[in-house]
Design a protein around this ligand. Structure first.
Ligand SMILES: [Zn+2]
Ligand SMILES: [Zn+2]
Length: 266
């Protein structure tokens, strides 16, 4: 008798849902399907498991944001994004359950002030397949593709030997968690400006409440910024001095207006 996955998935957005309990029962069901060699069902259970994790991580992201723990929320949101990408490439059906979460995660990320990230340059000497355990190299393909699900398990590379070659500073990182923080004498400190995230959190009051924002560009005149000199940082936020930035722009100083739209809740 198979589990009623549709019934389970329909409940995931209820208040106080116990994700861990459901994940526990899916896990034992998946083990049984794997043991019985029922790959189709094991893969369906993998998709259900991933959908549940995405919901759980999304709720966690929301809670971290509410607590003002913005960097941790950013890392959690990255996990949501990664799981959604794996789900989408393995289960067309499953994607429908999380499509709206994906668009909110991408919007949330776009409200963050992070600009620079560390990128680790690694020389991988040895890696093996997580499905069959065979060593992999360009000459040696075991037949399992990374990111594809086999018998209920996601295929990935396990690096067994690697050397760190260096660290680059990049604007579009492979790993979003690798944010560079300016540091002071006491170590790492978070001086980023989270105004936009804080703006969203004034309105976003329940994890699965729908929201979005639109952004509109307007131009302001120099007179609207008392004390602005040619040497000041440009108020548009480019990081350049005013004389090298919007002073050269006939229309004025670029300014973005964010409008948050939130689904009413009762
Ligand atoms: Zn393999
Ligand atoms: Zn400017």
């Amino acid at each position: 008798m198979e589990m009623d996955l549709n019934y389970i998935l329909a409940k995931l957005r209820s208040d106080g849902y116990d994700y861990d309990a459901t994940l526990g029962s899916i896990k034992s069901e998946k083990q049984a399907a794997q043991d019985a060699g029922d790959e189709l069902y094991a893969n369906q259970l993998w998709a259900a498991e991933t959908i549940i994790k995405i919901h759980q991580q999304f709720v966690k992201t929301f809670e971290l944001l509410k607590a003002g723990r913005y960097y941790e929320a950013w890392c959690e949101a990255e996990q949501v994004e990664i799981n959604i990408q794996f789900l989408a490439s393995n289960s067309q059906e499953g994607w429908g359950n999380v499509k709206d979460i994906y668009s909110r995660v991408r919007q949330l990320q776009s409200l963050y002030p992070y600009k620079f990230f560390a990128s680790y340059v690694m020389h991988v000497k040895k890696e093996k397949c997580s499905i069959c355990g065979k060593e992999r190299s360009i000459h040696n393909f075991c037949g399992h593709r990374i990111g594809k699900v086999y018998n209920g398990e996601l295929c990935c590379n396990i690096v067994t030997d690697a050397e760190l070659k260096g660290i680059d500073i990049v604007e579009n990182p492979v790993h979003k968690y690798s944010v560079l923080f300016p540091s002071d004498a006491e170590g790492r400190h978070d001086y980023y400006d989270y105004t936009l995230v804080e703006g969203l959190m004034k309105y976003w009051s329940k994890p699965f409440q729908f929201w979005k924002y639109v952004v509109r560009k307007v131009f302001k005149q120099k007179a609207e910024f008392p004390g602005l000199t040619n040497e000041s940082y440009c108020p548009c936020g480019s990081g350049k001095s005013y004389s090298e930035c919007c002073a050269l722009n006939a229309e004025g100083i670029k300014h973005w207006i964010y409008t948050f739209m939130v689904e009413p809740i009762d």
